[in-house]
Write a protein that binds this ligand. Structure first.
Ligand code: SF4
Length: 488
């Protein structure tokens, strides 16, 4: 009963982040922070609280290696300050040298939320204007709508062949009532997550809210499942001595059981090769030594070098034995060799996707306390709010203040429970860490009183909104030029 339920389409509330770490294996961002060359202020301030596999991204940034960032937004409402965080994280990674992708999950909005296309178009435009106004560089990065991206949809279709209903049921709680398009929107989202790697595998980070984690787990799984060429199609019979068959078969089984990854198979064999006869390698090989074993030839993910690829073809030509990029000396029979050659030429099946990484943002507290919810306008600030409305909302926000000024001076305010303080850290203090710290110290030290503190925050919010909306207007012609197929 203590488990946290993560539902990408449910209400966004996670009261105990620690549970996420334990239950799902999300790691604390603090652990990887020292490796990040130039961390964003949201990282420095712990708003980005968790990650999966961010290390390769940090390394890529440090070494100037290729990496990518992708995130998206379901166009179901106006962009608000929560979206601003996600956009800033895309922009940050773009500025650190990553290939950046921003997508509009319009198929998902249509299938999972049932919005009309006219509404979707309108929200899409609003979102993209804020994306550009917050610094996304469309010349360097790519913006797309799911519905307008054919490569994406083809990839989604292929990924769908690797996914089945039971696992969606387990991950998302789908049942017999779940409509097919909703399921399809899931595989589309899987395709979104892997899309930056279509042309070339590279570490890719997806900034998300913790409620989106099921998507990350699923995508990481699918990345593994689609890793290889010729996964099931290419079979080759061979003549090897029984001991070798045992070894090879053991490796294939281990790969199938996901005990090891394909590229580790050689090491695995070495490790288990202590017994030269090989017959005792794995007890599960009950048919060891029986009649002809036809192991699957699983070979070459796209990370494999051209050299390895050529070695395979040479091996087939030379009728040599092929295993995991290692060319040995057993013979393929002629038909099998031909078939294998054909499969290889066709590049049948498989990609070299690297399991995608993710970072997780804390949810923002609503200005009225409780959750920030788009259905309660006073609880959140839309990027389209009139600056005066933004000002008023901050002024009427709940605080972590004490019951009287006297008490506050004595005991200090409770900044850690204050939505106004959150605004300072998430947004109003911007890059200025000193300012954010100052607000905190003054508050908990009793020098700062809520009236003045909110006035300052409200003014900063109004300034931010005014400035942002001006930039949005400047971006209108840029957006039109981009030709992203928005009807409105
Ligand atoms: Fe919040 Fe500011 Fe009041 Fe502290 S002084 S509780 S930060 S509003």
């Amino acid at each position: 009963a203590d488990d946290v339920t993560l539902d990408p389409w449910g209400s966004a509330s996670v009261d105990d982040y620690r549970k996420l770490f334990e239950q799902f294996g999300i790691e604390a961002f603090d652990d990887v922070l020292p490796q990040v060359p130039n961390p964003h202020y949201l990282m420095r301030r712990g708003v980005v609280f968790g990650h999966r596999d961010y290390g390769p991204i940090a390394d890529a940034m440090a070494n100037d290696d290729p990496f990518a960032v992708l995130s998206g937004w379901m166009p179901t409402g106006d962009p608000h300050i929560g979206h601003k965080l996600m956009i800033e994280e895309i922009v940050y990674h773009q500025q650190q040298g990553g290939d950046a992708y921003a997508l509009v999950a319009d198929l998902e909005a249509n299938s999972a939320r049932g919005l009309s296309w006219a509404e979707i178009d309108r929200h899409t435009e609003e979102y993209l204007l804020s994306l550009l106004a917050l610094g996304f560089d469309p010349e360097e990065g790519e913006i797309y709508r799911q519905s307008g991206n054919e490569r994406l949809q083809n990839l989604a279709f292929e990924l769908g062949a690797e996914a089945n209903f039971s696992e969606m049921q387990a991950l998302y709680g789908f049942d017999g009532e779940t409509n097919i398009s909703h399921m399809q929107s899931v595989v589309t989202q899987m395709a979104d997550i892997l899309y930056p790697q279509l042309d070339e595998p590279k570490p890719t980070v997806i900034p998300v809210g913790p409620d989106q984690d099921p998507h990350m787990r699923f995508a990481r799984d699918l990345a593994d499942r689609t890793r290889y060429f010729g996964v099931t199609e290419a079979y080759a019979s061979f003549e090897a001595d029984p001991a070798e068959r045992v070894l090879i078969r053991a490796a294939y089984d281990a790969i199938d059981d996901d005990d090891i990854r394909c590229e580790d198979a050689a090491d695995y064999l070495r490790e288990h090769h202590a017994d030269e006869a090989g017959t005792s390698v794995l007890p599960k090989l009950d048919n060891a030594g029986k009649e002809p074993i036809r192991p699957r030839v699983r070979f070459l993910d796209r990370n494999a070098t051209d050299e390895a690829f050529e070695a395979l073809i040479d091996a087939i030509d030379g009728e040599k034995r092929v295993f995991e990029g290692h060319v040995d000396t057993f013979d393929l029979d002629a038909d099998a060799a031909e078939e294998l050659a054909r499969e290889v030429e066709l590049g049948h099946g498989g990609y070299g996707f690297i399991a995608p990484s993710s970072i997780y943002n804390r949810f923002m507290t609503g200005l009225t306390g409780g959750k920030m919810s788009s259905s309660i306008p006073a609880s959140h600030i839309s990027l389209l709010d009139d600056p005066e409305d933004g000002y008023d909302k901050v002024k009427s926000a709940t605080t972590g203040g004490r019951t009287s000024a006297k008490e506050q001076r004595e005991l200090g305010g409770k900044a850690d429970e204050c939505p106004v303080y959150e605004l300072y850290t998430y947004l109003l203090a911007g890059e200025d860490d000193e300012f954010a710290t100052e607000v905190y110290e003054e508050c908990v030290g009793g020098e700062r009183l809520c009236g003045g503190c909110k006035e300052q925050a409200a003014e900063l919010m109004a300034e931010f909104l005014e400035d942002h909306q001006e930039k949005r207007e400047e971006m209108r012609p840029v957006l039109e030029e981009l030709d992203i197929d928005i009807e409105s």
